[in-house]
Design a protein around this ligand. Structure first.
Ligand code: SF4
Length: 255
């Protein structure tokens, strides 16, 4: 698996539970613990401008490091409406998905349990779900209450991964709203919720491996070209592998 952000972390969480297989995870960044992030006021030691280059005027920034975007997100967790899967046939725009809402719905619920998502049970009237939200909704603000009074069937507390109730790993949210780097660690991140997947003995995480290109034969990727050596003296990496820092060097990994 290339990278260790949301997609990889959740895939790995389920894969190592079901399969007896070894997994290699090359990750460009290093492991920046929540404590490190708070101390340095940043989600990553790699600056935004180093993450992407483009002639477009829109800046594209990525959080590089173990857990990827789980570190910096604001933990809003709306899910797709069933009609989102049928945009073409219902509204004549975009494309219909080859699956319906009911296909991924059980997996939405599993992911929401991992993240201890909170939400408004009333929402099920317009956004059907097979399981209740793991946590009760946040208390509404004054504008929220006014909107709810005006449109009770259409206004709901946004589902989020900012814990309303403390979990084993996370304290309750205190609504200070600097969620890109939560001081309380109330927001779900890979650091506080999915480290078990990366620490599985069948999983090898290679920090400081920046994958640059793939090689392919037919329709299969069989080669990964990466550079390594950026992770420096990363305590987690040293704990896992006892590796010494290595110089940046391009390498090929034949799959
Ligand atoms: S405690 Fe504050 S920063 Fe953390 S999730 Fe809640 S509102 Fe966001």
């Amino acid at each position: 698996m290339i990278g260790s952000g949301f997609g990889s972390a959740f895939f790995l969480h389920e894969f190592v539970r079901r399969r007896n297989a070894r997994v290699l995870v090359p990750e460009w960044g290093r492991h920046n613990t929540h404590e490190w992030q708070l101390e340095h006021g940043s989600n990553s030691d790699i600056q935004d401008e180093e993450t992407y280059s483009s002639n477009a005027s829109k800046p594209w920034n990525y959080t590089i490091g173990l857990g990827g975007g789980t570190n910096c997100w604001f933990a809003q967790t709306p899910r797709f409406h069933p009609n989102d899967f049928r945009l073409k046939s219902l509204y004549g725009i975009g494309l219909d998905w080859p699956i319906s809402h009911d296909d991924p719905e059980p997996f939405y619920c599993e992911a929401k349990a991992v993240m201890s998502i909170l939400g408004d049970p009333d929402m099920a009237a317009v956004m059907p779900r097979s399981q209740p939200f793991p946590q009760p909704p946040h208390r509404m603000s004054a504008p929220d209450r006014m909107m709810k009074a005006a449109r009770p069937d259409e206004h709901f507390v946004m589902p989020t991964a900012r814990a309303r109730v403390a979990t084993e790993q996370r304290p309750a949210c205190c609504a200070s709203l600097r969620c890109w780097l939560c001081p309380a660690d109330a927001k779900f991140t890979a650091n506080n919720g999915l480290m078990h997947a990366f620490e599985n003995p069948d999983v090898s995480v290679c920090l400081g491996w920046e994958v640059r290109r793939f090689g392919h034969a037919g329709s299969s990727v069989h080669l990964v070209i990466f550079s390594s050596g950026r992770s420096g003296r990363d305590p987690w990496r040293q704990h896992r592998t006892e590796n010494k820092p290595t110089p940046v060097i391009s390498k090929e990994l034949v799959m």
